[in-house]
Every structure is written in structure tokens, then in C-alpha cells.
Design a protein around this ligand. Structure first.
Ligand SMILES: [Zn+2]
Length: 320
């Protein structure tokens, strides 16, 4: 099934490696929230997945035509012990990742979806039933509308993605809550305490980022704003075959990269290779990304709060 998702969504050149190395990376403190990464594996993508890329830039930044990527998702815990998942990857390391944080699927209060591609909703169901028996699922209204639109499904070359998204929506039924994400300049709209939904349309019609934390510390979990960091940082005008609207995806990427670099907001991504998190800075015509050294470099995550999560869940557990 994982393989089918790969073919359907990530197409062609991704080859997932066993995910154990990224099964759980370090935690990051964003205000009163702690953010942990769960990884389903690293992969190599191919420049054949680019749309309208400048060939000279491809040669410059990816001389062998390949870029490192990863499939991952995030656990966000608030000071009052509410547990939110942002996406679920393929779900491959979901159970073990949660367990390493002292959590079970029953402990997940909310699943916040950036969008409904198979490498983000792959952990939502277990044998056709909701994998999270108590969770409310949050998804942008226009994202749900897209994946449930018979006309869009009719037009699509591959129907699997639509079928899978519809299965997830049907299984969670009334527990699916839709919202209209806010603009980045307005810091989105708050959908849960300390978690704000921000519009980042283009990759999919309702693609949403989540801004976690407050002025004392924050992180923007940007979903699929990028797939190929090695190319899309120095050359952010490079689109991907996965983008539903490549032009809109590029415009969104340029806007978000400018904003996070100017405001020095740490970011986390679903396809940013280890450690998944880091800082973006302006660099010539493009941007440069500095991965977070989760042993302490970003400075917000050093100590556990008084309401510390259960033992064994801190930064380095499970990280090999
Ligand atoms: Zn993705």
C-alpha cells in the first residue's frame, strides 16, 4: 500500500529507505508548545520531478540530478498536555514515534492536516478505521472541497489520491472540522490555543501551514512549501510535478520565504531532510537554509517546561 501511495502521489523517483534513523528526532520548544518530529524515512528525489526549472540552475545545484528529501510529520504538545499531530506521513513510524514520546493514538486530541496527499494522510486509517479514536481532524475547507469534488476527480489522471482522501474524510465523519486559513501577514487564524492556520495555497488548493507558539518562541510548520530544499532554496521559482497549481505554489513559496527570513521565524517542513527544522536566510537571488542543531542551536528548546511530557520523550530519545 505504501508503494502504491508512492507511485500515485510522489510519482517515480522517490525511493523510501527504512525510516528507523528518523523515527524520532529532537524536540523543539515554541513558546508553551513542544514540537517533535516523526520521520517515515529519507529519500532521493530526481530533478525530473521539477516543472519549468532553469536547466543551468539544476546543473549548478544538483550536478547529479538528485536531491535528498524525507517524509515526516510533527507532534505538537501544549503546556496543558493537549496533543496535536500535524500530518501523519505514510504512518510507517507513527506508532513507534508516539510511543517514544510516551503517547498512544488514543492520546491524540487533534490531527491538523496541511493537505490531503497520500504522504500526509497515510497514517490516518488503520484497517479502514480512524487510527486516532478521539481526535478531531482539522483541514482547510477548500482542501476538503477539492478532494471531494467529482469534477476534479474526473479530470485527474490518477484517482487513487481522491479515493484515499475521501476514505479518510468518511471514516472521521463528523469529527472533521474545516476552517478558512488566514493570511501570513495576519499570522493566520487561531484554530487551537497557540496554533494558527496560515494559507499557503498552490501545492494543493487548500494547502495550509501551522504557526505554533507565541512571541516568546514560535515555529512555522510549513508542510510542502518545499520538496527539494537543495534546489528550491537557492532557486525558489522551481515548481514540482506534485503542485496542483505550480504558479501559485511558486508565488506562495516566495512570499513565505521572504516573511520567515525577515521575521527570523524558525520553520519545520514535511520534506526537509534531517533535522526537519531550521532557519531561512536571504542569500543572493534565493535563500539558504540552516538546519537546526537540535542539541541546542536554535535556543528555544533547551529545557523542559514544568509541565514536562513523560520521561523518555525529550530531545534525544530514539535519535540515533
Ligand atoms: Zn508531501
Amino acid at each position: 500500500m505504501f508503494f502504491r501511495f508512492l507511485i500515485g502521489i510522489c510519482a517515480i523517483a522517490l525511493l523510501l529507505l527504512p525510516g528507523s534513523r528518523l523515527a524520532l528526532a529532537a524536540g523543539y520548544r515554541a513558546g508553551s508548545h513542544e514540537i517533535n518530529l516523526i520521520g517515515d524515512g529519507e529519500a532521493q528525489g530526481s530533478s525530473k520531478l521539477f516543472v519549468g526549472a532553469d536547466e543551468a540552475l539544476v546543473k549548478k545545484y544538483l550536478p547529479d540530478g538528485a536531491y535528498p528529501t524525507a517524509i515526516q510529520y510533527y507532534v505538537v504538545r501544549s503546556a496543558d498536555k493537549k496533543v496535536a499531530l500535524v500530518d501523519t506521513g505514510f504512518g510507517r513510524n507513527l506508532a513507534s514515534g508516539l510511543r517514544a514520546l510516551g503517547l498512544q493514538p488514543e492520546n491524540v486530541d487533534a490531527v491538523l492536516l496541511t493537505h490531503m496527499h497520500g504522504d500526509h494522510i497515510g497514517g490516518m486509517l488503520k484497517e479502514g478505521q480512524p487510527a486516532f479514536p478521539r481526535a478531531t481532524v482539522y483541514v482547510a475547507g477548500r482542501e476538503r472541497a477539492y478532494w471531494t469534488d467529482p469534477a476534479m476527480m474526473e479530470k485527474a489522471e490518477k484517482k487513487d489520491g481522491f479515493v484515499n482522501a475521501q476514505k479518510v474524510l468518511a471514516a472521521y465523519g463528523e469529527r472533521v472540522r474545516t476552517f478558512e486559513p488566514g493570511e501570513l501577514e495576519a499570522r493566520g487564524v487561531e484554530i487551537l490555543p497557540g496554533i494558527r492556520a496560515v494559507a499557503a495555497f498552490g501545492h494543493t488548493p487548500g494547502h495550509t501551514m501551522y504557526l505554533v507558539g507565541d512571541e516568546s518562541g514560535q515555529m512555522l510548520i510549513w508542510g510542502d512549501l518545499t520538496h527539494a530544499m537543495a534546489m528550491q532554496m537557492p532557486a525558489p521559482r522551481t515548481a514540482m510535478v506534485y503542485d496542483v497549481d505550480p504558479e501559485e505554489a511558486i508565488a506562495t513559496r516566495l512570499k513565505v520565504l521572504r516573511y520567515v527570513s525577515e521575521h527570523k521565524i524558525p520553520v519545520a517542513g514535511m520534506h526537509i531532510p534531517a533535522t526537519g527544522m531550521g532557519m531561512v536566510a536571504r542569500d543572493g537571488d534565493g535563500y539558504a537554509f540552516t538546519p537546526a542543531d537540535l542539541a541546542g542551536a536554535l535556543g528555544h528548546r533547551e529545557k523542559a517546561p514544568p509541565e514536562a511530557p513523560p520521561k523518555g520523550s525529550n530531545a534525544q530519545s530514539g535519535r540515533k
